[in-house]
Design a protein around this ligand. Structure first.
Ligand code: FAD
Length: 560
């Protein structure tokens, strides 16, 4: 059996940062990843990373903006730690080799982002994620750890109250293999493909989150799903908030700059939940444009001039030209909100520890929580690096003291029995049809505006899909890169997450941040100032709640 001290699952920014920290703490490390590290979704991040650097900004304002942005659901002790770590983290990344955009005086260039009281988003044109990923990958040095590339985590083995190892599918050979580990960091990134309309890459299937949930980990605040206001119509490719940060404006079909009604001060740079709801309201009330791909509004950059648009927003120009056939230098971009980010994830403390000994989580797969009910743009890249490092250090410390884990061939055989059953069926359900049905259900019933009856209907439908999944069939019998099998694995995992999102959203009878209940339109601090914790039970998720940590900021009404 393969054995390692620390195994990090995921090689995006969070996973790589965790691995680097564990290596620097003197531990022997392996990385398991289903994608090449530089193909991780972190590389798609466009807009930038937040840090109060410069004498004109303050860490306290960053903390306050994050607390307010979270609609007071973020844990303030964690947020203080997070924002204080921001400056050193960005400087460290620049020392690792990330090439950031510069101002005329050579200092780090900063742009305005939604919900921020100061322009503190540091960027590398509109390719910030890729620039960070590249710098970190070079620093990590591929000779310092064992790499399991194209390996997909399928199960975690937990016994005697601690994690013993994992089981993964080596996609190249089509074999399930066990890896024993003293400690494991789950850094598997986003779960956006639970929805159909999403800015997330196809690989963002939340499988790590779901595997941790099945192993007994608590999932925290899963009902809080962020919809990004500006995704390109039809493809849902992201148009970065940086486009509005650079001065882009939103207009309805009557040519009105409608954000002045909803956020008179911050306008297009109100927080994402506010701008997304405003766009949907405009369209629903008949003031949007309509076309074969549904309603939409316009994002205008034309007034910024060719030079600025083409230099600061290079990718946005490419995407608009390529995927929508329009040129943002001379034409408005058709946009509509799409799922973008999960505030929830595997519940952890500031050091990435979960409720299972030896199991840690970081990045978008985790929920510390610093984003609470709504994440600010630019805070997620920061989250991956700050808490990736913390999780790596804590996993290394755990591994240094832990006894030898026990994982046997029998564990692998037992855990993978369901997959063999899928492949031996002669008839059954097609996983891609079930995936599509799940995505359409989530788009329709668990979107931006939610009601009790919609959520109940959504849950009924998802449970029906889950029932049908018991009879899933993998038709393709080939060993090498069997995408039918990986599709089935990921679909099964996502259905579990969809159920958790719906159950949490149904229970939370208030509106807070990205969770908007039409039937309970106000925030209800007396009853709901608490985190949702979901644990897997025999009949689906069971919910409990935990308190929110307050330090210096009292909950106030949130206006932009
Ligand atoms: C289009 C887009 C633009 C964004 N722009 C910004 C921005 O400008 N600023 C900002 O702050 N945030 C932004 N975000 C959010 C931010 O980029 C992500 O939250 C963050 O990069 C996630 O990093 P991660 O390391 O947690 O996950 P990822 O970078 O997605 O890495 C996940 C890793 O896990 C691996 N993996 C997944 N499942 C498995 C499995 N079952 N087995 C093995 N390996 C697995 C993958 O191979 C991958 O290496 C953006 C997100 C999107 C989608």
């Amino acid at each position: 059996m393969r054995k390692h001290e620390v195994v990090v699952v995921g090689a995006g920014l969070a996973g790589q940062r965790a691995a680097l920290a564990a290596i620097e703490a003197g531990r022997e490390v392996a990385i398991v990843t289903k994608l090449h590290p530089l193909r991780s979704h972190s590389g798609a991040a466009q807009g930038g990373i937040n840090a109060a650097v410069g004498a004109d900004d303050s860490v306290d304002t960053h903390i306050y903006d994050t607390v307010k942005g979270s609609d007071y659901l973020g844990d303030q002790d964690a947020i203080e730690f997070f924002c204080k770590s921001a400056g050193p983290t960005v400087i460290e990344m620049e020392h690792f080799g990330t090439i950031f955009s510069r101002g005329a005086d050579g200092s780090l260039a900063r742009r305005a982002f939604g919900g921020a009281g100061f322009p503190r988003t540091i960027y590398a044109a509109d390719r910030t994620g890729l620039a960070l990923l590249q710098g970190l990958w070079e620093r990590l040095g591929s000779e310092r750890f064992t790499m399991y590339e194209e390996w997909e985590l399928a199960k975690l083995v937990v016994r005697d109250g601690r994690v013993q190892g994992l089981i993964a599918l080596d996609r190249r050979r089509g074999e399930f293999e066990g890896i024993a580990a003293r400690s494991i960091v789950v850094a598997t990134g986003p779960s956006g493909r639970v929805y159909g309309r999403t800015t997330n890459a196809h690989s963002c299937a939340g499988d790590g989150v779901s595997v941790a949930y099945e192993a007994g980990a608590f999932l925290k605040d899963m009902e809080f799903v962020q919809f990004h206001p500006t995704a390109l119509l039809e493809s849902s490719i992201l148009i970065t908030e940086g486009a509005r940060g650079e001065g882009g404006i939103l207009k309805n079909a009557a040519g009105e700059r409608f954000m002045s009604k909803y956020a008179p001060h911050a306008l297009e740079l109100a927080s994402r939940d506010v701008v997304s709801r405003s766009i949907v309201t405009e369209v629903r009330e008949g003031r949007g444009f309509s076309g074969p791909y549904g309603g939409y509004v316009h994002l205008e950059l034309m007034h910024l001039g060719k030079e600025k648009v083409e230099s600061r927003l290079q990718e946005i120009c490419d995407y608009s030209r390529l995927f929508a056939g329009i040129d943002p230098v001379t034409q408005p971009i058709p946009v509509y909100p799409a799922q973008h980010y999960m505030m929830g994830g595997v519940g952890t403390d500031i050091h990435g520890a979960t409720n299972i000994a030896g199991l840690f989580a970081a990045g978008e797969a985790a929920c510390v929580s610093v984003h609470g009910a709504n994440r600010l743009g630019g805070n997620s890249l920061l989250d991956t690096l700050v808490f990736g490092k913390e999780a790596g250090i804590a996993a290394a410390e755990f591994a240094a003291k832990a006894s030898t884990p026990e994982l046997t061939a029998a564990d692998v055989t037992e855990a993978t029995a369901p997959y063999r059953a899928w492949s031996s069926r002669t008839d059954g359900e097609d996983p891609s049809a079930l995936r599509k049905e799940m995505q359409q259900t989530m788009d329709r019933y668990a979107g931006i505006y939610r009601t009790e009856s919609d959520l109940a209907e959504g849950l009924k439908r998802i449970r029906a899909v889950k029932k049908r999944f018991e009879r899933v069939r993998v038709v393709d019998q080939s060993k090498v890169f069997n995408l039918n099998l990986t599709d089935a694995i990921e679909t099964g995992e996502m259905i579990e997450l969809a159920e958790v999102i719906l159950v949490g959203a149904y229970a939370r009878t208030e509106s807070r941040g990205a969770h908007f209940r039409v039937d309970y339109p106000k925030r209800d601090d007396a009853r709901w100032m608490k985190h949702t914790l979901a644990q897997m039970g025999p009949e689906g998720p069971t919910l409990s709640y935990s308190p929110v940590a307050f330090t210096r900021w009292e909950a106030k009404e949130r206006v932009y």
